[in-house]
Write a protein that binds this ligand. Structure first.
Ligand SMILES: [Zn+2]
Length: 386
């Protein structure tokens, strides 16, 4: 058992003053005054002093294995150009040691910026080794894609045959097979993935660009681009995006809908109804197209909101505090406590975890110094780097 105290504690929901936490193996046993807990447990509290104690941040969306692509992809040229560039980068033969080095540095950046749970999207599982070592409470979404039916169906079969081996490779991390997006993945593969384990969360890139809605009626810039590569075998005609989501079985899972840049009120309502989550990756949206989602409408919808940095292929850095600062700068009328809630308890909720400094919750002791009486505001102040 350990007693932890600091001038302020953010419990995943609210900022509290003069509280001490009794914690054992990352499970909160008690929250009270220092005087009482020191007496009850006959222990001296470790006092961090001026600043705020947090239960740890949850980076709800990143692709650590793309960390070697920093500064390699075009900024603000729009989604189709970015997509075409990343597809080209992925054809290059890159030294696996170099990739691993960049992943390790990216994981260390996560830890240094207070992240204690990562939801990493991975095609290669190369991040598992480093997440196991530094951030072992993380989830790895083993992402599958493929538009051509034959490739998509063989990915489903391969996964079925080898899933236990993949899980072994990831050790104590949670490994969950998932789909990349509606525009990159054939329906037979998405349906297969969504049907695998309904108790586990699912994750999918969703309405990230204005081209995605058009893609579902087989038109627009992204459809034309993918068609020109010979990847489209069938046309679609879904004028209601959620009709397709329902048909695929995604709405039966608590899903992390990543980006939602172009999600409308109806779609947000559907996401909320299924107990799913919107994951904001604002700097990634800024990097790729300079267009952010309508965050106020997302807040108003009452849907669960989490925060991700996305990858170094579409962000300037993976520092989680810089991500929060960017959100704060774009939403300076929103109480910083709400942004910290998205960044902690709400992100964890999307992963089925109960994170915070309340009794029986999971928590990590992340301390951020601040001599201000509004420490959350102070942490979020300043430009952040973009
Ligand atoms: Zn992503």
């Amino acid at each position: 058992m350990e007693l932890l105290s600091s001038k302020f504690v953010f419990d995943g929901d609210k900022l509290l003053k003069d509280k001490t936490i009794a914690i054992h193996n990352n499970i909160v046993k008690d929250v009270s005054s220092k005087k009482i807990l020191e007496k009850v447990y006959s222990l001296k509290a470790k006092d961090f002093g001026e600043g705020v104690l947090l239960p740890g941040f949850v980076n709800l969306h990143t692709h650590l294995e793309l960390s070697h692509l920093k500064n390699k992809l075009p900024q603000k040229k729009g989604f189709v150009e970015w997509l075409s560039s990343i597809m080209y980068e992925k054809t290059k033969d890159v030294d696996s040691k170099k990739i691993a080095e960049h992943i390790e540095n990216a994981v260390k950046t996560q830890f240094k910026s207070g992240v204690r749970i990562v939801a990493d999207i991975s095609n290669t599982l190369a991040s598992c080794e480093y997440l196991k070592k530094y951030i072992p409470y993380s989830t790895v979404f083993f992402e599958q894609y493929g538009l051509k039916k034959e490739k998509a169906c063989s990915a489903a079969k391969n996964l079925e045959e080898n899933l236990n081996n993949y899980k072994k490779r990831c050790g104590q991390l949670k490994l969950i097979p998932t789909a990349h997006s509606l525009y990159s993945t054939h329906s037979c593969l998405i349906e297969h993935l969504a049907g695998l384990n309904k108790k586990e969360p699912f994750s999918i890139h969703f309405l990230e660009s204005r081209f995605e809605r058009d893609f579902l009626i087989s038109k627009g810039g992204m459809f034309d681009f993918l068609n020109s590569l010979g990847l489209i075998e069938e046309t679609m005609n879904y004028t209601d995006v959620f009709d397709y989501i329902k048909k695929l079985g995604i709405s039966k899972r608590k899903t992390i809908f990543v980006h939602c840049t172009y999600a409308n009120k109806n779609e947000l309502e559907n996401i909320k109804e299924t107990g799913s989550t919107v994951c904001l990756c604002l700097r990634s949206n800024e990097y790729i197209s300079g267009k952010l989602p309508d965050i106020r409408t997302i807040i108003k919808s009452g849907v669960n909101i989490g925060i991700g940095t996305d990858s170094l292929a579409s962000n300037w850095d993976l520092d989680f505090i810089n991500e929060l600062k960017f959100i704060h700068n774009n939403l300076n009328d929103v109480n910083p406590s709400l942004i910290f809630k998205w960044a902690t308890a709400n992100g964890a909720k999307a992963l089925g975890l109960n994170l915070g400094f309340k009794k029986n919750q999971t928590a990590f002791a992340v301390f951020m110094p601040s001599d201000d009486n509004s420490p959350l505001e102070e942490i979020l102040s300043g430009e952040g780097e973009i």
